[in-house]
Design a binder for this molecule. Structure first.
Ligand code: CIR
Length: 258
């Protein structure tokens, strides 16, 4: 089975000044743009340091959330799929990433119905889980599962708990057999056969980690989760995420990887 995190490439997008108006569920304060841009730059530098060839697309001021490239497509060595974001303000982002994806992926498939965002798609070693959420509906997930099959990927459809933005807001891979999940996702039936490690109390926000090759990227303020990873012998790099967290984002959101 191919590794779900032995990436060689990533596609990111520089944040536009409008990113401070990015969507957030709780109506909290705007991020500071300078700080947000610094977090993004550090993220791109880290991916490069881990050995990935990273292309960074230009900012899109008309689309405040366009720096979160993960949500508009899925990318695999075998090809890519353009998605249909469920957030109306993000629909138009797809047209702005098409050419860049086509340049890397001669096999470029495209959804035509319903909605799905990449933050709802968790890639495992032997399958992909698509979480239904406020952004990903049944029609979109069903069509997406069919497109994934064309790329040789088996997909299962799961439920994201209420109040969790994306499926991967609440869970991520530590390694091929181990999931880090918030307590509300502990009994997700699609995790059967995997070890589920829960985020420590008060550190639910840590769940959106990003495994890249041998290293886990994790928010820098989740000290109990750092200790847990250290105890398990998992190499990790703490990353500043305070500003992107103000617009409901974590570490997987800022790149497409393959
Ligand atoms: C949004 O609500 O769409 C953005 N403010 C955050 C997107 C985060 N993306 C992700 O979790 N994959």
């Amino acid at each position: 089975m191919p590794s779900p995190y032995h990436f060689t490439h990533a596609l990111c997008r520089t944040p536009a000044p409008s990113a401070v108006h990015g969507i957030r569920a709780d109506g909290g304060p705007d991020p500071d743009f300078t700080g947000l841009a610094a977090e993004h730059a550090a993220y791109v530098a880290t991916l490069r340091d881990l050995g990935l060839a990273v292309e960074v697309l230009p900012p899109l001021d008309d689309f405040p959330d366009a720096l979160f490239t993960e949500d508009v497509a899925l990318t695999f060595p075998e090809g890519a799929i353009l998605l249909r974001p469920g957030a109306p303000s993000r629909t138009g982002e797809v047209d702005h990433i098409r050419d860049a994806l086509a340049a890397h992926h001669p096999r470029l498939l495209e959804m035509t119905t319903g909605h799905a965002e990449g933050g709802d798609v968790l890639r495992l070693a032997d399958r992909v889980i698509i979480g239904l959420s406020d952004r990903t509906d049944r029609a979109g997930a069903t069509e997406l599962a069919g497109l994934l099959a064309k790329l040789g990927q088996h997909a299962e459809i799961a439920q994201t708990p209420p109040g969790v933005l994306h499926f991967k807001t609440g869970c991520s891979l530590i390694d091929e057999r181990t999931i880090l999940a918030v307590p509300a996702m502990r009994d997700c039936p699609e995790f059967a056969g995997l070890e589920v490690v829960l985020t420590p109390t008060g550190e639910e926000g840590a769940a959106n980690i990003l495994r890249v090759r041998d290293t886990v990227l994790i928010g820098d303020r989740w000290l109990a989760t750092h200790a847990m990873l250290a105890a398990r012998g998992v190499p990790f790099r703490p990353m500043a995420t305070e500003q992107i967290a103000r617009i409901d984002a974590g570490l997987s959101c800022m790149s497409l990887r393959w």
